[in-house]
Design a protein around this ligand. Structure first.
Ligand SMILES: Cc1cc2nc3c(=O)[nH]c(=O)nc-3n(C[C@H](O)[C@H](O)[C@H](O)COP(=O)(O)OP(=O)(O)OC[C@H]3O[C@@H](n4cnc5c(N)ncnc54)[C@H](O)[C@@H]3O)c2cc1C
Length: 292
């Protein structure tokens, strides 16, 4: 690992000033479960930063809060354990709690942050599909103030986000789920634990009586970024739920994603898993919507 200077700002303004001062030579550090591993890799494709700006003591980035008028706020510095254990997230935003609970081991979850998972921008990031299914927004802070961006527009490619070098992801805002909504997230991995998603699928269904009023399907690890599956969503909306409908929507979502082939699975294998898991997540989301 190359030597670097370590900065420990105690406010968001101070952190932004440091990033502005050191430009491309600086990188923010949250839990370090991605960044430190990347910095240790010898033949790294990631620039070795000469300034590390730790976010651990920046209070504005921490915590999870909820209000009936504003919905959910997840600070970028909230850990996966905090999200997975949050009673309000478990109750009202179930798929998000499920995504957080899958990130590595308990030790990893205690260090890994939501901001780090999103800013690392791996297509397989487990917190991304559930947040996309809930139509989350990224709140970004930089030298010229705050801006909001739909999470879908935050990811630009593997390892690439819409953040400038002197900007930070401050928090994620998740709208209030409508009454009658149920959600679910799961992923396929060859190993039961400590593995990354070969495919991840989040589904959120809002029922109006016996019809699906709103459907959201989001996929991980089957495109250069985590993505929504808009054609599958359109196939579901306005319809009465059934196994046949879910099978059709699963076929559509498998057709509209663009998986790569790598040592963890061929593109065709990934499409097959998308089909299987989309059906499974839709059934689960429906059960939860019906049971309130
Ligand atoms: C053993 C192990 C198992 C893992 N298992 C999983 C898994 O199952 N699923 C999964 O999705 N991931 C997994 N990961 C990857 C990693 O744990 C997650 O991506 C984690 O959420 C990253 O968060 P972090 O706080 O550690 O980020 P860091 O490593 O600190 O940062 C990651 C990147 O984000 C940037 N960054 C961090 N916070 C901000 C911010 N607020 N604003 C701007 N940029 C920021 C950093 O500069 C860096 O580029 C695993 C990692 C390990 C080591």
């Amino acid at each position: 690992m190359r030597t670097f200077e370590y900065h420990a700002p105690t406010s968001l303004n101070e952190a932004i000033s440091l990033l502005q001062e050191h430009g491309e030579a600086a990188r923010p550090l949250a839990g370090g479960t991605d960044l430190v591993v990347q910095m240790k890799e010898k033949a790294t494709k990631f620039a070795a930063p000469s300034h590390i700006v730790s976010l651990l003591r920046v209070p504005e980035l921490s915590g999870v809060s909820f209000s009936e008028s504003e919905g959910l706020r997840i600070g970028a510095g909230a850990t996966m354990s905090q999200v997975a254990d949050s009673p309000i997230i478990r109750e009202r935003y179930r798929a998000i709690a499920e995504g957080a609970a899958l990130v590595g081991s308990i030790q990893t979850m205690n260090m890994a942050t939501v901001g780090g998972n999103l800013c690392n921008a791996a297509p397989s990031a487990d917190i991304a599909p559930p947040l996309l299914a809930f139509e989350a927004e990224a709140v970004i802070v930089g030298p010229s103030g705050r801006r909001k961006l739909a999470l879908e527009e935050f990811f630009l490619g593997p390892g690439k986000t819409a953040l400038a070098a002197d900007e930070l992801l401050a928090e994620v805002r998740v709208p209030l789920p409508p009454p009658g909504m149920g959600s679910a997230y799961d992923r396929h991995t060859p190993r039961k634990q400590m593995d990354i998603a070969v495919v991840g699928v989040a589904a959120a269904l809002t029922m109006a009586g016996e019809r699906i009023e709103r459907a959201r399907v989001a996929l991980g690890a089957v495109a250069p970024t985590p993505v929504r599956a808009p054609q599958a969503e359109a196939a579901l909306e306005g319809q009465a739920p059934s196994d046949e409908l879910f099978a059709r929507a699963a076929d559509v979502s498998a057709a509209e994603c663009s998986p790569i082939a790598d040592l963890r699975g061929s593109a065709e294998f990934r499409r097959h898993i998308v089909r299987v898991m989309t059906k499974r997540m839709l059934r689960e989301a429906l059960d939860r919507a019906r049971s309130g």
